[in-house]
Each structure stands twice: as structure tokens, then as C-alpha cells.
Design a protein around this ligand. Structure first.
Ligand code: AMP
Length: 210
């Protein structure tokens, strides 16, 4: 005979249990999300407390929410000019993340912009000038904006590396290093990767403060 397992009592079961603000809870509800996925449940408390986080998770696990939720819910102050930079290997992923974070942050006045190559620089510059708080982009174009001064590195308080293993496979490591060199040292870092080869571990060693 098997025993019925006791419900887990040690972790948050709902988004409200995580302490997420009502206006973000509303957005989550509109998106049709009912309960946090494991990666969201485990990452949120660490990220919102300001820690660096390194997460092994694949696409489809809710990883975008895992970094999007803390970004819109508290890591970026409501009225300041602090920004977050999300680096992704492809323009599709950069766009997809920007859209999802925009939905999550819709009631918090957090604008997002996707910046990637092969698209108009002008539109991206306009969105940056208007004060986008979350910048989701591919490394090459982000570097371009940093060099031109159309993106101000000093305001970037949080860095997210999404699909870090893919970015390394695609040869973005030199660009990532250049971007890292331009960013403030006291930023918070969130690193997401489907796999954790030694190249990612060594990148993490360089990247993470805490
Ligand atoms: P991702 O792993 O971030 O690419 O997310 C995969 C899909 O799951 C996306 O369509 C998300 O909108 C969706 N999703 C993320 N978190 C949740 C959740 N807690 N409940 C239901 N769907 C979710």
C-alpha cells in the first residue's frame, strides 16, 4: 500500500505566496498563468532579494517569467531611470522576451524595447530615448548602441543572460565580454542556460558577484 504524499509545505504554491504585487498579479492572471512553474518559484525569491542567480533551465519551463517577474515587480524602481539588459542569442528570442516582459510590466509603467540587428536603428533609439526600462537584445546590436552612446551603460542595474549556452555556441563570447566591461560592476546578474558546460561555469565565475 502506498501512502498519499503530504502537500509540500516548504515552498510558495501561488504567485501571491511569492509576495508579488497586485498589479503584476493582475497581469499574470490576464496571461492565463495560474501557478508559478518550478523555475519561477525557485528563482523569484533569490532574484527579488538582489542576489545573483544562475539557473539551468530550458525553453518551455517559464524561464522568461523567472527573470521577467522580479524585473517588473521590484528590481527596477517605479520612477527611477535604472534599466535592465537582457541578452539573447537571436532576434526572435529578444522580441519574444521583450513582449512577455512588457505584458508582465504593463501596470508598472515599465516600457521594454527589443534591439537587434537587421532592424531600424532609428526606432530603437527613439524607444531608448523615451526611457525604456528593459532592453532585450542581441549582443552585436547592444554593443553598437553602447558604442554610439544611445544606450547608457551606467543605468544598467540588472543584466540577464538568456540561453547563455546558445550565445556561446553562436560565437558571442567576445561581444559579451565587451558588453560586460562597459557595465557597472555593482549590477545584479541573472544567468540562464539550458546546459552548464565548463565555458558557462567560467563565464559565471567572472560574472557573478554574489
Ligand atoms: P519560456 O520557457 O519562458 O519560453 O515559456 C514558455 C511558455 O510558457 C510561454 O508561452 C509562457 O508565456 C508560458 N508560461 C510561463 N510561465 C507560465 C506559468 N506560470 N503558467 C503557465 N504558462 C506559463
Amino acid at each position: 500500500m502506498t501512502e498519499t504524499p503530504e502537500p509540500e509545505e516548504d515552498g510558495a504554491q501561488t504567485f501571491a505566496d511569492l509576495g508579488i504585487h497586485d498589479d503584476v498579479l493582475e497581469a499574470i492572471k490576464e496571461m492565463g498563468w495560474e501557478t508559478p512553474t518550478p523555475v519561477q518559484r525557485d528563482s523569484y525569491p533569490l532574484a527579488i532579494a538582489g542576489h545573483d542567480v544562475i539557473v539551468q533551465s530550458r525553453t518551455g519551463t517559464g524561464k522568461t517569467g523567472a527573470f521577467g517577474l522580479p524585473l517588473v515587480d521590484g528590481l527596477l524602481s517605479d520612477d527611477g531611470d535604472e534599466q535592465a539588459l537582457v541578452l539573447a542569442p537571436t532576434r526572435e528570442l529578444a522580441l519574444q522576451s521583450a513582449r512577455e516582459i512588457a505584458k508582465l510590466g504593463t501596470r508598472r509603467g515599465i516600457d521594454t524595447v527589443a534591439v537587434y540587428g537587421g532592424a531600424s536603428m532609428e526606432q530603437q533609439i527613439q524607444a531608448l530615448d523615451k526611457g525604456a526600462r528593459v532592453i532585450s537584445g542581441t549582443p552585436g546590436r547592444v554593443l553598437d548602441h553602447l558604442k554610439r552612446g544611445t544606450m547608457k551603460a551606467s543605468q544598467l542595474r540588472v543584466l540577464v543572460l538568456d540561453e547563455a549556452d546558445e550565445m556561446l555556441d553562436m560565437g558571442f563570447l567576445p561581444d559579451i565580454r565587451r558588453i560586460l566591461a562597459a557595465l557597472p560592476k555593482d549590477r545584479q546578474n541573472l544567468l540562464f542556460s539550458a546546459t552548464m558546460p565548463k565555458e558557462i561555469r567560467s563565464l559565471a565565475d567572472n560574472l557573478l558577484n554574489d
